[in-house]
Design a protein around this ligand. Sequence first.
Ligand code: ATP
Ligand code: MG
Ligand code: FE
Length: 335
Amino acid sequence: LIVLGIETSCDETAAAVIRNGTEILSNIVASQIESHKRFGGVVPELASRHHVEQITVVIEEALIKADVTFDDIDAIAVTEGPGLVGALLVGVNAAKAISFARNIPLVGVHHIAGHIYANRLMKEMAFPLLSLVVSGGHTELVLMKKHGEFEVIGETRDDAAGEAYDKVARTLNLPYPGGPHIDRLANEGTPTIDLPRAWLEEDSYDFSFSGLKSAVINTLHNAEQKGMSIDPKNMAASFQESVIDVLVTKTIKAAKEFNVKQVLLSGGVAANKGLRERLEKEFAKIDGIELLIPPLHLCTDNAAMIAAAGSILFEKGKRSEYSLNANPSLDIEHF
Ligand code: ATP
Ligand code: MG
Ligand code: FE
């Protein structure tokens, strides 16, 4: 089974070819970060225009690198949502055009399902499993009892983890995207600043990061007014510790409650060194639960993960019609 994956939900134009759901033949990512950097975030109109310019080149490169032609492709998996509507539309329409012209089955994929399936490119999944999804737009705990079925047991009530990282980075005058910069500074600093942890209700697996973000901004502002200076390294370390404490504690509690065999880290923030290290340390102490963490290039947006999720959905019989449309608020439990 050879699947072409296409991903254009945000600011990466990506195409990949994978074999039998797990073997990456090619994985091409054209990042637009340099274009959006000077605006301090992703500009939707600019993202769409870049996708239009890049999409055919990226797909062609994915085929060449994989040494296949459209005749070898059994299915096309494309991100249908969630994401920026104008960005998603470029990928969805490219996928539909190829599907129609070459008579290749089409499979719409949820972007976060893709992030979770990035793990299957490394190791086979064992159910039930729990995925901690931490990305630019999402922070959630997803329970899976079988392939292709996702149950959200907790999610953020305000900002996503990646969003909090990017906003805090901005107040520290770090370039966009700020996550990797905070991560680097945090490793050089000490968590000396007292910041809140949003545990929410005792039995809740939900998250909240906006209070933490405000606490960082207020602390910096108050210090500035008093003419005191705060070492950005220590602020980064304190912020990161607060985020990781909550993410890891809730993940462990849910993993035990639902008796899972595996815990999968997914999404762009899965690239965070501090988070990876803490999860590894904690799960090493827990018998019977295997921790999977994708390599860095499979954590951030790519099309191999979309092809991986698409392969499973295709095998389960899923086919999308030509009425397939971009859905910016697609629900992972029903797609
Ligand atoms: P979503 O997947 O929710 O639709 P997205 O696709 O925009 O959102 P991703 O590409 O999955 O998000 O992840 C990007 C996010 O990951 C950004 O917020 C970025 O700052 C964050 N990020 C990347 N590397 C790190 C890191 N090392 N530490 C913390 N955050 C990081
Ligand atoms: Mg991105
Ligand atoms: Fe993403």
